[in-house]
Design a protein around this ligand. Structure first.
Ligand code: SAH
Length: 253
């Protein structure tokens, strides 16, 4: 019998897959990858004769059919997800279905985009005295949020927040966070396509980030990072703000 490996491909840069993930892809008979987010460069690790499927064009039943048939034919399947599959990866339903069919599978973790975003920002999320907690969450989309996890209730902690899948709803995000307790001057960093060649970082505060994003036209594949830990950079840039007085320079207002 073959086996299915759920593999975290990392955030974009093909070198950010684990050594184990890369090896399993290079050995797989069948590769199913989430074409909307996984960097197709990862496929270059695969065998030339591997059968390749893009799950962006398939529904759950079709994916399961490919996985089940391959395993019954003694083949190995690399099911490649973006970042780490445990975060918004929709793998539970696949794993539960495979378990029912008695199909052997294993999960290989990956570098999630919220960590790639920290690296891009050169930022520690857990600064002593500021925040020791990271909240990973999202705005309600087609997937509803459980009532106890509304963005405004999570905002009450004023911890470091990494908000996935929500940049297209930035006004709502800002409104929920502000109503939940973050002051309007709380720094926000948007990391767009972390680790891809066109990675961008956009900074602001809760009061101006929505306007800045509209001007930049950012609509997808971005991480919203919110919290006082970002203040260090924020204050640094304040130092050169023309309205800001320092020991050596008088501000203009
Ligand atoms: N399992 C993935 C998340 C999948 S949900 C992980 O662990 O990263 C897709 C969301 O992840 C996107 O809407 C975006 O918020 C975030 N994302 C994925 N790749 C990203 C990247 N390279 N840079 C910034 N955000 C990214």
């Amino acid at each position: 019998m073959g086996k299915v490996y759920f593999i975290g491909a990392g955030p974009g840069d093909p070198e950010l897959i684990t050594v184990k993930g890369q090896r399993l892809i290079s050995e797989a008979d069948v590769i199913i990858y989430a074409g909307s987010l996984v960097n197709p460069e990862i496929l270059k690790y695969g065998r030339k004769d591997a059968r390749i499927y893009n799950s962006a064009e398939m529904n759950l039943d079709e994916v399961l059919k490919v996985e089940t048939e391959a395993v019954h034919a003694g083949k190995t399947v690399a099911r490649v997800h973006t970042g780490d599959p445990a975060i918004y990866g929709a793998i539970q339903e696949q794993m539960d279905a495979l378990e029912k069919e008695n199909i052997d599978f294993e999960v290989v973790p990956g570098v999630s985009s919220f960590l790639a975003s920290a690296a891009a920002l050169k930022q520690e999320y857990t600064l002593p005295g500021i925040s020791q907690t990271i909240i990973i969450t999202r705005m309600e989309g087609r997937t509803p949020m459980p009532p106890k996890e509304s963005l405004s209730s999570l905002a009450a902690h004023q911890a470091t927040m990494c908000i996935f899948l929500s940049v297209q709803m930035i006004e709502d995000v800002v409104a929920r966070l502000t109503e939940g307790g973050y002051p309007e001057d709380t720094p926000v960093a948007i990391v767009v396509r972390a680790t891809w060649p066109d990675q961008r970082i956009i900074r602001g505060t809760l009061s101006d980030i929505a306007d800045i994003l509209h001007k930049e036209g950012v609509l997808r594949q971005a991480m919203i990072v919110v919290g006082r830990v970002l203040d260090t950079d924020y204050q640094l840039s304040k130092l050169y703000d023309r309205n800001f007085t320092t020991m050596f320079r008088k501000g203009q207002s």
